[in-house]
Write a protein that binds this ligand. Structure first.
Ligand code: ACM
Ligand code: ZN
Length: 723
């Protein structure tokens, strides 16, 4: 204790009488439990760092770190504690290798500090997995949840069942009948596949990765999905799916006794490959039960076992697998759907759909890991700018991740200890490259690590925000790619004033960086106007804004065209009605100068189901018009929203006699991912008119080859700009 108090007093005294510049704030992520600073810096190199283990320390992952005259000394509760002390020391050192004189006492809040990676939807090579582990270790993450199998690809060598990695290969295809890219199973060997839909880890690869993780005090938890999410496996071995199901249906048959033998054979090899993991993760999520309802073997099993429904049949399946896994000396963990039909007796629950499953399980005395998708799914967007790469959906920015607390209200205080911790997940349906994985991981992982490591009493968003600035420089020095989304300006608020002007308020997720903007569409520089409190717009404008960090533009540019255009606040009447669930804000939606993001759930989209968009704008007076601009959304892969097939514009001076001003067909766009298509409809010559009618023709019934073939197409639009 002497060492802890005396330097602290010295620092206080020094601060009181010092007139020099303030030393930089200690910026360690995750925030240590207790820091006592004193004056001065010490150069730290390989020769003056001493480490020791003190097993009497209450938390084996804890450590004490002292930087003093002679160098640095780290005492850990175990080797892991020493390792974490070294991570902290690395962050204390400046570019000249000097660390402030300081004493730190630290230990994690949670013992499960996890990060997941889906290597099924896209395969990531062994070398990248190691790099991923480096990044995790740097953030004091101690658990790597390796999602090795799923519908699209089985990524783990299993000697007993070689077809798992040899037979079923998903390929990217262009179907002759349909212009859209899709995925199909084929008999080709994954080895030959040129893109990231192919590939698997050999047993040697796995041993190498597990050893690499062990050196970084990370436990690798293997996940073998069952009974659902197993298309590749049931394509390679259809004899373990229901006899009534098509090949590659993706769900194992619990009516067949052989299914259990098959899965037990796989578990045997997995147990052998992952000696460090106390757990086998069985997934267990999102199992459609229709195949079981239609399967005579499943129905027979239900009758014999006295199971009331398909949920209980799933529970029977999970119980049996748990018994087997337990018999191998391992514990079973699964996603919260394993609660359906009754939880297996020793199971740990990974709660992803929200906190509810975890609360229920903890209150029933089961261990829980919290991974609620609305906080810690890193496949969700982290910014609202159209520059963001295609993501699954949702919106979890850094601040949202930071606000995650794995122990929600609802867990009785005496059951809180069942919450082992939390984790973030990266599903890779839309993530094809290692660079993209890193982009989705950083800097959100910094927020996650502080949430999982640091006690709530030392968590502080404002301090974290300042520390993040330094953390990004560290990432850059290490060559790790990170997202700058948190710097990108966005419109936080906008309102029309009584005099017809428009007030726009901007914000950025991270405070403290200057935002420069222009209103004439030009690229902002540091000579442009600097944003302060709000922007008053009095005449037609395109707002362009960008944040600067260290004298350079950072993040993406916000561009908002058509502010205060001739259509702004026009009276709109509709010949076809917009859908009640997608009003976009109602009758003013197309003229309110609010633009939607490329996500179908953005409230600014106005939707028309199975019908044209046909709207007439009253501009209030006859004006000279030369054209208009409008935008449409399309997302083939997961919605029925399609671009219109034709755009027709009429004008009128009296609202009765309309003349066609423009009429053009729209080429279909085959891209299956989310897109926003802007259209500029220029009149052949300026027209004097007060009324503008715009009709966008609906694509009709979705054709063969579309994922929702047969359903009516929707139109989504957000704004009409008349110039
Ligand atoms: C999950 O995201 N389906 C666990
Ligand atoms: Zn069956």
């Amino acid at each position: 204790m002497r060492n802890l108090i005396l330097p602290g007093l010295a620092a206080l005294l020094a601060a009181a009488c010092s007139s020099g510049p303030r030393p930089a704030e200690i910026a360690v992520i995750p925030q240590p439990a207790r820091i006592v600073e004193s004056e001065g810096f010490v150069k730290i190199g390989p020769d003056n760092v001493r480490t020791a283990v003190d097993t009497a320390m209450s938390n084996p992952e804890g450590y004490r770190l002292r930087v003093g005259d002679g160098g640095a000394e780290i005492v850990g509760g175990s080797d892991a504690g020493v390792f974490y002390g070294l991570q902290t020391l690395e962050q204390l050192r400046d570019s000249a290798g000097r660390a402030p004189q300081v004493t730190i006492e630290d230990a994690p809040r949670f013992r499960w500090r996890g990060m997941h990676l889906d290597v099924s939807r896209h395969f990531f090579p062994k070398e990248f997995v190691k790099r991923y582990l480096d990044i995790l270790a740097y953030h004091k993450i101690n658990t790597f949840h390796w999602h090795l199998t799923d519908g699209i690809g089985w990524r783990l060598q299993i000697d007993k069942y070689p077809l798992l990695t040899q037979k079923a290969a998903w390929r990217k295809v262009k179907d002759a009948k349909s212009p859209w890219i899709g995925l199909e199973l084929s008999d080709e060997s994954r080895h030959d596949s040129a893109d990231t839909y192919g590939g698997y880890y050999t047993k040697d690869d796995v041993r190498e990765i597990v050893a690499y993780a062990r050196e970084r005090h990370i436990t690798v938890i293997p996940e073998i999905e069952m009974p659902g999410h197993s298309e590749a496996a049931t394509f390679a071995y259809p004899e373990y799916a229901c006899p009534t199901a098509r090949p590659g249906s993706g769900i194992y048959c619990p009516g067949r006794e052989e299914t259990f033998g098959f899965l037990e054979g796989i578990i045997d090899e997995v147990v052998e490959l992952f000696p460090d993991s106390p757990y086998i993760h069985i997934g267990g999520d999102e199992v459609g039960k229709e195949q079981w309802s239609a399967c005579p073997l499943c129905q027979k099993r239900k009758r014999e076992q006295g199971l009331k429904d398909e949920h209980e049949l799933q529970s029977y399946f999970v119980h049996r697998m748990e018994e087997y896994i337990n018999s191998k000396g391992k514990a079973m963990i699964g996603f919260d759907e394993i609660l359906e039909g009754g939880l297996a007796p020793n199971a740990t629950v990974m709660s992803w759909t929200g906190f509810e499953g975890g609360i229920k399980a903890a209150n029933a005395g089961h261990d829980v890991v919290m991974v609620p998708l609305d906080y810690v799914y890193f496949d969700h967007y982290q910014g609202q700018n159209p520059c963001e790469p295609q993501a699954w959906g949702g919106y979890n920015n850094v601040k949202r991740v930071y606000s995650f607390d794995p122990v929600p209200p609802g867990i009785a205080p005496e059951n809180e200890h069942y919450v082992l911790g939390g984790q973030a997940n990266i599903w890779t349906e839309t993530i094809r490259t290692p660079e993209h994985v890193e982009y989705m991981l950083l800097p959100r992982l910094a927020a996650l690590s502080e949430t999982l490591w640091s006690d709530t009493t030392v968590k502080d968003w404002k301090r974290f925000e300042r520390k993040l600035d330094r953390q990004l420089d560290r990432y850059a020095a290490k060559g790790w790619k990170y997202a700058e989304s948190a710097f990108t300006p966005y419109i936080a608020e906008q309102r029309f004033n009584g005099d017809g002007s428009l007030t726009v308020k901007l914000d950025t997720e991270l405070d403290g960086y200057p935002v420069y903007y222009t209103l004439d569409g030009s690229v902002p520089t540091q000579e442009s106007a600097v944003y302060t409190d709000s922007i008053m717009i009095r005449e037609p404008a395109t707002l362009t804004a960008v944040t600067f960090r260290n004298g350079k533009p950072t993040g993406c540019t916000l561009t908002v065209p058509g502010l205060l255009n001739k259509a702004t606040r026009a009276k709109v009447s509709y010949a076809t009605s917009y859908n009640a669930a997608y009003t976009g804000g109602g009758d003013t939606a197309l003229v309110d100068n609010r633009y939607a993001f490329k996500r179908g759930d953005d409230k600014a989209w106005q939707g028309f189901e199975g019908k044209d968009m046909d709207a007439t704008l009253d501009l209030d007076s006859v004006q000279s018009l030369s054209g208009l601009g409008l935008r449409f959304y399309q997302h083939i892969a997961s919605t029925s929203v399609m671009l219109p097939t034709r755009l027709t514009v009429w004008t009128s001076t009296d609202g009765k006699d309309f003349t066609v001003a423009a009429d053009r067909a729209i080429e279909p766009n085959d891209d299956s991912e989310a897109l926003i298509a802007p259209f500029d409809v220029r009149f052949t010559a300026p027209v004097e008119a007060r009324y503008v009618r715009v009709k966008a023709a609906n694509a009709g019934v979705l054709p063969e080859g579309h994922p929702r073939a047969g359903a009516p197409a929707w139109i989504f639009t957000d704004e009409i700009v008349v110039y």
